[in-house]
Design a protein around this ligand. Structure first.
Ligand SMILES: Cc1cc2nc3c(=O)[nH]c(=O)nc-3n(C[C@H](O)[C@H](O)[C@H](O)COP(=O)(O)O)c2cc1C
Length: 339
């Protein structure tokens, strides 16, 4: 159907509704410490995505690389929602060079056939979540890995599967990053603000999603500074597979694309019964980020490490982390006053 299809008087309403729904669904996106550092603005046929600086981790993420990556996940979620509902959209990433917080503009061009893979992703979005329990099942198979890599690569980002030797390098980098961060009281204060307890506000990582004891792992997971309530197995997670999202350059536009790739890969993983746990500490600390670059033979730049594992289909997994209400992340024009 051509763009001329946008002539029916109800299309404006339908587009406004579709954009509100897309931005609302994007709220399910995973983000560093569940900060949800995004803000959406709807104006006519336009949906604009901005970084919300009030929810960027000033100490952990001073360049906003992980916030931008998180916003990229939200952008991909919104894209899937629109494609699944049969809307043709043009996306401009970083549309204003003078405004680095303006990450993307989506323009609805008109109707399109419903995109079936996007429709499947749309169903998966509310089901996806982070699982920090040790991986004790069978290792992820080659077919699943290939499907996840293809989804990532379709978003202009690469996926490298770490060799056993590189997993040990990652383990050492994760341990070093963790020690560097915990030596810094401002980092500890920031972590304590965003994790654990029963904090109000729909953000942060609740105790229910944090393991109730130290997990037996080759690569240390994030040390939240306290144990949570999530029951975990005493087994070693030796079945874990580690992959790295990476690309040729290291600019905000790459981090945004890496987030879109993370969304595509994570939704595909969930659909294939594979759990995902991001490891961002080795990216947060400059020296360990450099060490991860060496793993790539300095041919590219690392964006994020992921632990993959198979999920027992009978296991519902850990509880879901909270989310901000839609009206706190979406700006809508004031309704026109009738005289
Ligand atoms: C860029 C990014 C980095 C993350 N880094 C970590 C990490 O280092 N350790 C961890 O346990 N979870 C990490 N997470 C997972 C988030 O904590 C999680 O997505 C968030 O709390 C929301 O929970 P959900 O994924 O279950 O919806 C990361 C997520 C993103 C998007």
């Amino acid at each position: 159907m051509s763009n001329d299809a946008l002539t029916h008087p109800t299309d404006g309403l339908a587009i406004g509704h579709a954009l509100t729904e897309a931005a609302t669904i994007a709220g399910y996106a995973p983000s560093i410490h569940n900060t949800q550092p995004w803000r959406w603005r709807i104006t006519g046929h336009l949906l604009d995505l901005f970084t919300d600086r009030s929810r960027v981790l000033a100490v952990t993420d001073p360049d906003a690389r992980l916030a931008t990556l998180s916003c990229g996940v939200a952008l991909h979620h919104a894209r899937m929602a629109l494609a699944a509902q049969g809307w043709q959209v043009t996306i401009t990433r970083l549309p204003k060079p003078t405004d680095p917080d303006h990450l993307a503009r989506l323009h609805v061009d008109g109707r399109a056939p419903v995109d079936l893979p996007a429709a499947l992703h749309l169903r998966t979005i509310p089901l996806r979540h982070t699982d920090r329990r040790p991986i004790t099942g069978a290792p992820v198979g080659p077919q699943e890995l290939q499907a996840i890599a293809a989804a990532v690569e379709a978003e202009d980002t690469w996926l490298h599967t770490l060799t056993p030797g590189q997993v040990l390098e990652l383990a050492s980098a994760a341990d070093h990053a963790q020690r560097t961060e915990t030596d810094d009281t401002s980092w500890l204060d920031e972590l304590a603000y965003w994790t654990g307890g029963t904090r109000p506000g729909g953000t942060g990582i609740p105790d229910a999603a944090i393991p109730d004891r130290a997990a037996r792992t080759t690569v240390p997971g994030r040390d939240f500074g306290h144990h949570g309530d999530l029951p975990i197995s005493a087994e070693h997670d030796k079945a874990a597979v580690y992959v790295m999202l990476h690309g040729r350059t290291d600019e905000p536009s790459d981090w945004l694309r890496a987030g879109e790739a993370l969304s595509a890969g994570w939704l595909t993983a969930t659909e294939h019964g594979v759990s995902v746990l991001p490891h961002s500490a080795p990216i947060e600390v400059v020296s360990t980020r450099q060490a991860m670059r060496v793993v790539l033979s300095s041919t590219g730049y690392p964006y994020l490490l992921l632990r993959l594992g198979t999920i027992d289909p009978a296991d519902a997994g850990p509880p879901y982390a909270p989310r901000l209400p839609a009206d706190q992340i979406i700006e809508q024009p004031e309704p026109t006053q009738t005289p």
